[in-house]
Design a protein around this ligand. Structure first.
Ligand SMILES: *Cc1c(COP(=O)(O)O)cnc(C)c1O
Length: 473
């Protein structure tokens, strides 16, 4: 494909995406096809002779699009949002076109430097503690996901807890990780990958009223482990748990970690974006205790997957834990000590130019544009919660400080599961569920930039009508 052919095909692809976005609301949010439908519609192998891009676009329309779950749909309320936006797509397109590798400063200086500056911009945007800025001992890096951020934090924590012996000797069975019973599954996965095993993770109980970690229970678990000769290595606290967006009490948890010298990682994958709004920064109180922190701009900040923003307070510990220096990567810039080499901040060696999409997003929306996006999500969630509160048949199952509402019918679990299935079966909206105090609970998470009051109201109308039917039978 020469540059002129690329230009023509590229315009057609941009048109395709723009048409997709402008017709999204008319599509069913999820596909009703059985497993294997797409695979059965595709040929068994690639074409012998090349085909034009138009032919691929035709099959995208006919075969692929009908079998998608449309995460950007205005009626998509499942899981947490995974936003994208025009500027994000365009920044990513530039990254794809450049095709540079940013593993070292020397392998593409602008790739590293733009990323460092974007992470400093984001730290300012969220008003994060000073110690995370690159002009201190700390700094930020883009990871693919919050899961990777937690893994990298766990490895740095093992490095610290073993006084650096972990790097050569590997992990022994004494190290322990702590999170609440509502901590994300990626915390246990990180512990398993790091060699602690699932048994090395202590699930600390939560306060039943707030679903947030109980500091006294954390303290007791740490004391018990120490008494048994085990070594507490890392505590992962959460701002905005996946189940209900509970906020763990960082000031108390941070003080405990400081007392015992335990690495504190704060996982704010979804709710970190809320801190762009000054009125929501209460959720980040106590973050000055954290050794590391991450949030996903790819969830609620209009930046397409993958983009996790991860900061450490002491980059030296992280780099010592993960650095590698094979002969073929030796270079004068690294040896001068004057540059950052991000390959030492992550698991893979290679890395793409993800700072571009952040740069495009931050410049297109500006601080006020991003705040408006978050505030709209919070307001729509509050509007929906108001409807739930006003209907005696329903109840709210948790507080809704951000853009997630957890609610249920005052009825048995099976009735709530049926309510969810029927409402999703309309194809107009898509909600998911969780369990709160063991009870089946529906979740409505607002976040698509296309979602407006009418879509939230439609979700409520469908829920009410379905509840009428269920209560009548
Ligand atoms: C979504 C989520 C994660 C996982 O995010 P990825 O970036 O997909 O790995 C981790 N923690 C919390 C609290 C989440 O909500």
């Amino acid at each position: 494909m020469d540059p002129e052919e690329f230009r023509r095909a590229g315009y057609a692809v941009v048109d395709w995406i723009a048409d997709y976005w402008s017709t999204l609301g008319q599509r069913p949010v999820v596909s009703g096809d059985p497993p294997g439908a797409l695979a059965a519609a595709l040929p068994a192998g690639p074409p012998v002779d090349g085909e034009p891009v138009d032919a691929v676009l035709a099959d995208l329309d006919a075969l692929v699009a009908p079998r998608l779950t449309h995460w950007q749909h205005p009626g998509f309320f499942g899981y947490f949002p995974a936003n994208t936006s025009g500027p994000s797509v365009l920044g990513d397109l530039v990254s794809s076109g450049l095709g540079v590798q940013g593993m070292l400063w020397a392998t593409s200086p602008a790739c590293t430097e733009l990323e460092t500056v974007m992470m400093d911009w984001l730290a300012g945007l969220l008003d994060l503690p000073r110690r995370f800025r690159s002009d201190t001992r700390g700094g930020g890096v883009i990871q693919d996901s919050a899961s990777s951020a937690t893994l990298v934090a766990t490895l740095a924590a093992l490095h610290r807890a073993s006084d650096g012996r972990w790097r050569e000797a590997g992990v022994d069975r004494r190290y322990r990780a702590y999170t609440s019973t509502h901590g994300h599954s990626s915390i246990e996965k990180a512990a398993r990958i790091a060699g602690l095993g699932a048994d090395g993770v202590r699930a600390v109980e939560v306060d039943p009223a707030s679903q947030a970690m109980r500091p006294a229970a954390l303290c007791a678990a740490i004391e018990a482990d120490r008494a048994a000769g085990e070594v507490p290595a890392i505590v992962v606290a959460t701002i905005g748990t996946t189940s209900t967006t509970a906020v763990d009490p960082l000031p108390e948890i941070g003080a405990i970690c400081a007392e015992y010298g335990i690495w504190l990682h704060v996982d704010a994958a979804y709710a970190g974006a809320a801190a762009v709004c000054p009125e929501l920064r209460w959720s980040h109180a106590g973050l000055e205790f954290a050794d590391s922190y991450c949030f996903d701009p790819h969830k609620w900040l209009l930046t397409g997957f993958d983009c996790d923003a991860f900061w450490v307070a002491d980059r030296g510990e992280l780099v010592e834990a993960l650095t590698v220096m094979p002969e073929f990567l030796r270079n004068a810039a690294t040896e001068s000590g004057a540059v950052l080499d991000y390959r030492d901040w992550q698991v893979p060696l290679g890395r793409r130019f993800r700072a571009l999409k952040l740069w495009f997003v931050l410049r297109w929306y500006g601080v006020e544009g991003l705040r408006a996006h978050v505030r709209r999500g919070v307001a729509l969630a509050a509007r929906f919660a108001g409807r739930v509160r006003a209907d005696d048949r329903f109840e709210l199952a948790a507080a809704h400080p951000f853009s997630l509402v957890c609610f249920r019918l005052r009825a048995a679990d099976e009735v709530n599961a049926e309510l969810l299935a029927r409402v999703n079966g309309t194809g107009r909206v898509h909600l998911t569920h969780t369990r709160v105090d063991g009870r089946f609970t529906l979740r409505l998470a607002v976040g698509s930039p296309q979602t407006a009051e009418a879509h939230v109201d439609e979700a409520w109308t469908l829920l009410q009508a379905t509840a009428d039917d269920l209560m009548a039978t």
